[in-house]
Design a protein. Structure first.
Ligand code: MG
Length: 403
């Protein structure tokens, strides 16, 4: 029985801001969820999206619905949460809150049944996942200098063993073109991808898409606004580089509309945002029925990364063949101590490949002392205070300074 649901809002000020086509950030934020059952076993999840909003949604809206719930009934829990907010929250940060709870329930279920999340998802068809490096974000530098900085970061990623690299584009048309050309010249044999974070209108996307095509990029990510899905088909008719998108989209219903529009070749749900890992499985099935592969967008801490690793460990690549293509996991290499220093057990990365954990649940475990160090606000909802182990009697809400 679920007897406590806790949230930890995390914050970390960056030494150096980083940017992409839309914004520049000087602070990392995050929301972790801990779901505790009556035996004192904890499942952990993570929400993508505005942490103050997802924290409130979890604590004040969804947690009261799940207290007393059987943690093995995660599918029913999802439907219960979905129906409770269907009339006003089919998409948005409340779906991010459901996603984090779904992830935590899956971690808890795996721990209770003593199986890994990939076993819950149907069983592993591979034991490690090839990573692709996400780095090369924009810095506050003159463009000539920035170009050198980004190429240097790419070189570092290659030296760490990553055989595929994703660049950011969408700064401006001239710089984007220079960066694409410089990357291909510097890395003639490396698999390269480009992500505009929906920076372009259709004519611009066609123009940059043709540059990417000429330089043999593997995909063009979020070339267009997620509000203009009908333009994906128009773009795909003009360029030969595959279009990847979906990190802003949520639920199987949202993805159905996105994929039905045509043009998209790679679906990219974020497991901490799209409705959670169990909803991502439904999105994957839907995409598969259209011959489209699903490669999750992945950002945040070890929890979201581990969820995506388990997901890809169970992925069947479309179309099947004796020597299928290998799915890749997005591996964010930008500095993030909430990912790299906050877990007592994390994912093992060697030579650009991520080992799939085989221990029960997600296989990654936050370090409580480090979690407290990054936590700026925590909340707790209890089903029955008398049934909780002493270790779980904590302040309901506390505020601390930013770490
Ligand atoms: Mg992206």
């Amino acid at each position: 029985m679920i007897c406590a649901i806790k949230t930890y809002r995390l914050q970390h000020r960056l030494d150096e801001p980083f940017g992409f086509s839309q914004w520049s950030y000087d602070t990392r934020n995050g929301l972790l969820i801990e779901v505790v059952d009556s035996e004192g076993v904890s499942g952990w999840g993570e929400c993508y999206g505005p942490a103050t909003v997802t924290q409130s949604a979890v604590d004040t809206f969804y947690a009261p619905l799940l207290l007393g719930w059987d943690p093995l009934k995660n599918e029913a829990a999802w439907q219960h949460m979905w129906r409770a907010s269907l009339d006003f929250a089919m998409k948005g940060p409340m779906m991010g809150a459901i996603s984090g709870l779904d992830m935590a329930l899956l971690d808890l279920k795996g721990k209770l049944l003593k199986v890994s999340v990939s076993e819950l998802m149907g069983g592993r068809v591979r034991d490690e996942i090839r990573g692709y490096a996400t780095s090369m974000y924009f810095k506050q530098q003159p463009e000539d200098e920035l170009l050198g900085t980004l190429l240097g970061e790419a070189r570092e990623s290659r030296e760490r063993g990553f055989s595929a690299l994703k660049i950011k584009v969408g700064k401006n048309m001239n710089f984007d073109r220079r960066l694409i050309e410089a990357m291909r010249e510097a890395f003639p044999e490396t698999q390269l991808m480009a992500d505009s974070n929906h920076a372009y209108d259709l004519p611009e996307a066609i123009e940059i898409g043709r540059v990417l095509e000429a330089h043999k990029f593997a995909w063009f990510e979020e070339p267009l606004s997620p509000t203009h899905v009908h333009q994906m088909r128009q773009l795909a008719d003009k360029i030969d580089v595959p279009i990847a998108t979906g990190e802003c989209e949520q639920t199987r219903f949202g993805f159905r509309a996105l994929l039905d529009g045509g043009g998209v070749q790679i679906a990219q749900p974020d497991l901490a945002h799209c409705g959670g890992p169990t909803e991502a499985l439904k999105i994957r099935a839907l995409a598969s029925a259209q011959g489209i592969n699903t490669i999750p967008h992945c950002w945040g801490t070890q929890l979201n990364l581990a969820s995506a690793v388990h997901f890809l460990a169970t992925t069947y690549v479309e179309p099947g063949r004796a020597e299928p293509a290998e799915p890749m996991i997005e591996t964010d290499l930008t500095p993030n101590p909430m990912r790299d220093d906050m877990f007592e057990t994390g994912l093992k990365i060697a030579d650009g490949r991520l080992a799939v954990p085989t221990t029960p649940g997600l296989g990654v475990q936050p370090d409580r002392a480090m979690l407290e160090a990054f936590c700026v606000q925590k909340t707790e909802k209890l089903n029955d205070e008398d049934s909780l182990p002493d270790v779980d009697r904590r302040e309901r809400i506390s505020d601390k300074k930013v770490h």
